[in-house]
Ligand binder design. Structure first.
Ligand SMILES: [Mg+2]
Length: 228
């Protein structure tokens, strides 16, 4: 990769291990609220259903079909509904605990710290994350990586989400960067990779499946050392 001066990272599941941190909290809440009995299922089924429901809601939120409040206040009940159970009030209790506890997780994606320490010497580092301001800021502060980044763009603060080209243009302006100097690193094909490419940036896809040979991909953050 030539001419790169600015590296923009996605946060969830690119640097901050959303999957691990979230799984731990969901497993605690599954027990605390006795969901096994209410839903008549096990943790794995509940977790995989929740992930699908949550991803669909985030997509709808990204295309402005639903509000943040709707997403936040319905995702557990919609997950419950998949198991034939409806309880809005319990859903709100689970939601409040989940939002309070999950950003406190400190697990980073393997080698995240090493690679940030390696890259910080030669590049300006930034974050573009789709998420809620109060949640994403707790994650960044709590796992002590905030100091690496010159600019941090949280979608909610700007009413723009990846893959909207406008959020990449905003990022260029805030970083005082030119398109050709920017690379986006992320795990989400649509939001991070296609978003960045459509904005005229380069992109590096963190993926464990590598379905697209025409794109630059890595399956471990340490591989960035040979690309950048
Ligand atoms: Mg991500």
């Amino acid at each position: 990769m030539k001419n790169i001066k600015h590296i923009f990272f996605d946060l969830d599941d690119t640097l901050w291990d959303f999957e691990s941190n979230s799984s731990l909290v969901l497993s605690d809440l599954f027990i605390k609220y006795n969901l096994k009995n209410f839903l008549n299922t096990n943790l794995d089924n509940f977790h995989s259903t929740y992930k699908i429901v949550n991803a669909e809601l985030w997509q709808a939120y990204g295309s402005k079909k639903i509000t943040k409040e709707y997403l936040r206040n319905n995702r557990f009940n919609l997950s419950f509904n998949n198991f034939g159970y409806d309880n809005y009030d319990l859903n709100i209790k689970v939601t409040e605990d989940y939002l309070k506890l999950s950003p406190l997780g400190k697990t980073l994606v393997p080698n995240a710290l090493d690679v940030l320490n390696y890259l910080k010497h030669n590049y300006e580092l930034h974050i573009i994350t789709n998420g809620f301001k109060e949640v994403q800021e707790i994650k960044l502060n709590n796992c002590d990586i905030k100091h690496f980044f010159k600019t941090i763009i949280i979608s909610e603060e700007h009413q723009l989400s990846k893959p909207d080209i406008k959020i990449f243009e905003l990022a260029e302006n805030l970083a005082k960067a030119k398109k050709e100097e920017c690379v986006m690193i992320g795990d989400n094909f649509e939001s991070d990779i296609m978003g960045a490419i459509n904005a005229g940036w380069q992109a590096i896809w963190l993926t464990y499946e590598n379905e697209r040979k025409d794109l630059i991909s890595i399956n471990n953050l340490l591989d960035l050392r040979s690309l950048l």
